[in-house]
Design a protein around this ligand. Structure first.
Ligand SMILES: NC(=O)C1=CN([C@@H]2O[C@H](COP(=O)(O)OP(=O)(O)OC[C@H]3O[C@@H](n4cnc5c(N)ncnc54)[C@H](OP(=O)(O)O)[C@@H]3O)[C@@H](O)[C@H]2O)C=CC1
Ligand SMILES: O=C(O)CCCC(=O)O
Length: 482
């Protein structure tokens, strides 16, 4: 495909395309074929410092622009993403293995955060508080938090960047993005579009590196960075939080999940099968909101297992660039080994494979269903991040809630029931930041995305998203004579 200048092999700092000061590079490979796509700069802390300095220098002028002016540039950027949708999706597919239809969906989804926050830029309203003494007037304004850094994962090479930089840029904060080393090319491509959209030099920066722990330390320790937003694993989130303590860096952490999907015996079983299928096998099970555990009530257990197994057998594997293919490869060897290890552990402990269970060459693995799953299995506790659906059995509503909440995670959860009273009860009892009720896909730019417990904190998207990139300032006018 003709990529119209979108395949960038340099990083983007202070409005310039640059290599690493050390001259080092690293290769980006296609997980579906193993082919090398490009070599890009392998930066170290000195390069990251340059990006931070540039962002800090750009901050005063950028924050002084009106919301409407910032919105104009963001709107240009959104339009450019949509005009280059096919090219961005192609790049995403070849570097991440995400099937083409899903990549096209992610470009639209990712761009929607820029459209949404461009509109929000004009509405960063403050407040007037009724005075508590006659000679005072109390006003609250919201101001940009300052330079913001973003560390993003490979499973959403575009949307996890835009969901962070959208609110930051709208609020008046320059950004430095560190995309994942597996999938940096989509992030570089949108940096090129950001340049063309008209962001002033230093407002939008992208650094690439395989030395993520050093980049993370610089973001946490550098006092010019006022905010760090991270999506990725819980262990790395904890490292970033402890590294941020000395500078009291403001943090948003969107971490791992262990999503339950509960099917009650009063549910529409066909709808539940459809919801579980799309939620489990989205990006081959590699999202933090993918179903990790399916909990099914006794009476409908066998029916659900049969119908779900049949539906999974209908998923189409093949060339990820074909628009009707639904199953791609795992991102890397580590991901593939995790899948194999979790299946072996489950089978050793009594699970039955009703479909799948085998690798099909390279990083590809069959979509797999495990019946008779139990709490003793690793998959009950840890995120598999792959195409494996364990199905657990429960007897009562209380037991389902107890099983669902029996995890340190609290990101997404789902349940199916036709009983309205039960829907309210269960939704309120689930200790999760997001609950899908008779829905398997819940992500949208208009709703708050984020978790509880060890799934992190902060909310992205929606009317709440910008608050995490703004300071609330209270102004007290005294001596007002009436
Ligand atoms: N919440 C979510 O959406 C995600 C959850 N995960 C979970 O994490 C597991 C492992 O996936 P993995 O990709 O290794 O996730 P990581 O948390 O290791 O990686 C996510 C991002 O953090 C960066 N990173 C890694 N270590 C550090 C560090 N010490 N300091 C700063 N940044 C760092 C990575 O950079 P680099 O790529 O250069 O290493 C990447 O940009 C998955 O199996 C899944 O369970 C993974 C991805 C997303
Ligand atoms: O898996 C993730 O990293 C979170 C993104 C998922 C979504 O936005 O639906």
């Amino acid at each position: 495909m003709e990529l119209k200048g979108l395949l960038k092999t340099q990083a983007y700092i202070n409005g310039k395309w640059v290599g690493a000061a050390s001259g080092k590079t690293f290769d980006v490979t296609n997980p579906a074929t193993g082919e090398i796509i490009a070599a890009i700069p392998d930066m170290d802390r000195s390069d990251v410092q340059k990006a931070i300095d540039a962002a800090d220098a750009a901050w005063p002028a950028y924050r002084d622009m009106t919301g409407k002016e910032r919105a104009g540039i963001m709107r240009n950027w959104f339009n450019l993403m949509m005009e280059n949708k096919d090219e961005l999706a192609y790049l995403m597919t070849i570097e991440s293995g995400k099937v083409m239809t899903e990549s096209l969906g992610e470009v639209t989804y990712g761009a929607s955060f820029i459209e949404w926050f461009a509109e929000e830029a004009k509405r960063a309203y403050g407040d007037v508080i009724p005075q508590h003494t006659r000679d005072r007037r109390l006003v609250v304004i919201k101001q940009s938090v300052g330079v913001a850094a973003a560390i993003t994962p490979w499973n959403f090479p575009l949307a996890m960047i835009t969901r962070k930089v959208g609110p930051a840029l709208a609020a008046g904060s320059p950004v430095i993005v560190k995309p994942p080393s597996e999938t940096p090319l989509t992030g570089l491509a949108i940096s090129y579009l950001a340049e063309n959209a008209g962001f002033p030099p230093g407002v939008y920066n992208t650094v690439t590196s395989t030395n993520s722990s050093e980049v993370g330390k610089e973001f946490c320790e550098n006092k010019k960075v006022r905010k760090l937003s991270f999506t990725g694993s819980t262990p790395v989130g904890k490292i970033l939080m402890s590294q941020s303590a000395p500078t009291l860096k403001k943090l948003s952490l969107e971490l791992g999940g262990n999503a339950p999907f509960i099917v009650f015996d009063d549910a529409d079983i066909d709808a539940a099968v459809k919801g579980a299928l799309i939620s489990k096998y989205r990006h081959n099970g590699q999202t933090c909101v993918c179903v990790n555990r399916i909990l099914v009530q006794d009476k409908v257990y066998d029916e659900f297992v049969d119908k779900f197994t049949q539906a999974v057998q209908g998923l189409k594997s093949g060339n990820v660039l074909d628009k009707d293919v639904q199953v791609g490869p795992l991102i890397n060897e580590k991901g593939l080994n995790k899948v194999k290890e979790f299946i072996k552990d489950a089978v050793d402990k009594g699970a039955i494979i009703t479909t799948g269970g085998k690798g099909t060459g390279g990083l590809f693995f069959q979509p797999t269903v495990l019946a008779n799953a139990t709490q003793e299995m690793i998959i009950a506790r840890e995120e598999v991040f792959g195409p494996v659906a364990p199905i657990f059995r429960f007897h009562t509503e209380e037991e389902a809630i107890q099983m669902a909440n029996d995890t340190e995670y609290g990101l997404a959860s789902y349940f199916y029931s036709k009983d309205v009273n039960r829907c309210w009860r269960v939704a309120e009892a689930l200790e999760y930041g997001m609950v899908g009720i008779n829905e398997g896909i819940i992500s949208t730019e208009v709703a708050p995305f984020g978790g509880m417990k060890e799934s992190g904190f902060g909310r992205e998207g929606s009317k709440y998203g910008m608050d995490y990139f703004m300071e609330i300032k209270y102004l007290c006018y005294g001596g007002v004579k009436s």
